[in-house]
Design a protein around this ligand. Structure first.
Ligand SMILES: [Zn+2]
Length: 348
């Protein structure tokens, strides 16, 4: 669990004033990381090393984040809405990939949730299918590759390191989703990323690609003119996980049909208190308490921040008002519920 998770009076007030009426009664959160403490593969003495740059491997702050933890946070922060997560493991080398995949597939099934499998760099997905019978498991949606998993020397990890041929063919043959966190520092500015994306979405037309974090566009500069080549492709979707930028979301809603956009929170960070902010075309986590991976108050805490997930939704609703105006209801239904509902074959 997140060590300082709590609901405050002010959170309740904001939720009631800003979100209660405009959000649909049922929400599917399409981007949720979970793991148990048993999956953490490094000793406690090494925790300090891995929490310097990113919250995801701050195991002092978030020792584990189980499906039950998510359900508790969502229930506490979204009353009276029903919030359904789509889950996958935490994809870092400090987490045992086999253990976290097994945790996800067993426990997602227990709760009837949709889930993804994190593939390895050289993993033969045919063998994996024989071992786990993923296709026979209710809720299995596809693959969640991640650039921190492959080990490459002397160059940056590319899309084909994250998704080998067996993974791409497995997704193609079985019409699976691939939730893709694009690699390389340059994000969509990187010509190799754009070429590989163009190529694999054409070569594997039955695989369904979801670009996580709108192609990692946390800043306006990282979306402006850069997603357009993928817009309108039958097998491409975008998720909004951890996007706190109004201009990015407005660009997305302007250019991409609402049937192609999925709300995602990127929990557990979504239930921490802070905001992802843009300064000089780079993004920074700002947190209520000082943490090694973010900017924050020097000493003490501000105690006036709310959850990242509220900041995400606040910006998404602002963009919705700007783009859809009075006609937002059906679009918000698509983004927050219906599109993911279709993936899960929920028909009502
Ligand atoms: Zn994520």
């Amino acid at each position: 669990m997140i060590s300082d998770f709590e609901i405050r009076e002010d959170d309740r007030k904001q939720f009631a004033e800003e979100f209660l009426v405009r959000l649909p009664a049922r929400i599917i959160d399409s981007h949720v990381h979970v793991w148990t403490h048993a999956c953490v593969a490094i000793p406690k003495e090494e925790y300090g090393k891995y929490k310097q740059y990113k919250p995801w491997t701050d195991f002092d702050y978030m020792k584990e984040f189980t499906i039950e933890d998510y359900l508790f946070c969502a229930k506490s922060a979204f009353p009276p809405k029903t919030v359904i997560p789509i889950v996958f493991g935490s994809p870092f080398p400090q987490i045992d990939r086999t253990m976290v995949n097994e945790y996800v597939m067993e426990h997602a099934q227990k709760y009837g949730l949709g889930f993804y499998y994190i593939p390895g760099q050289y993993e033969d997905m045919e063998e994996t299918e024989k071992k786990y019978n993923l296709l026979g498991r209710k809720g299995f949606l596809g693959l969640k590759p991640y650039p921190d998993i492959p080990v490459v020397q002397g160059r940056e990890c590319g899309i084909y390191d994250m998704l080998n041929q067996s993974a791409l063919e497995y997704a193609q043959q079985n019409k699976l989703f691939i939730l893709l966190h694009i690699p390389r520092k340059g994000r969509l500015h990187d010509a190799d990323n754009r070429r590989e994306l163009d190529e694999c979405t054409r070569t594997y037309p039955d695989a369904k690609f979801i670009l996580a974090h709108v192609g990692r566009a946390f800043c306006y500069k990282d979306i402006d003119g850069l997603i357009d080549f993928l817009v309108g492709r039958e097998n491409v979707w975008f998720d909004t996980a951890l996007i706190n930028s109004g201009p990015v979301l407005e660009y997305l809603l302007h250019r991409v049909d609402s049937t192609r956009i999925l709300f995602g929170s990127d929990a557990p960070l979504a239930f921490c208190r802070g905001k992802d902010i843009e300064i000089n075309n780079k993004h920074y986590y700002v947190s209520e308490h000082p943490v090694p991976w973010g900017l924050g108050p020097m000493g003490g805490s501000i105690q006036e921040f709310t959850f990242y997930i509220y900041e995400e939704i606040r910006e998404l609703l602002r963009a919705s008002k700007a783009v859809y105006g009075q006609n937002e209801t059906s679009h918000l239904e698509n983004i927050f519920y219906k599109n993911a509902g279709k993936m899960l074959k929920i028909t009502n």
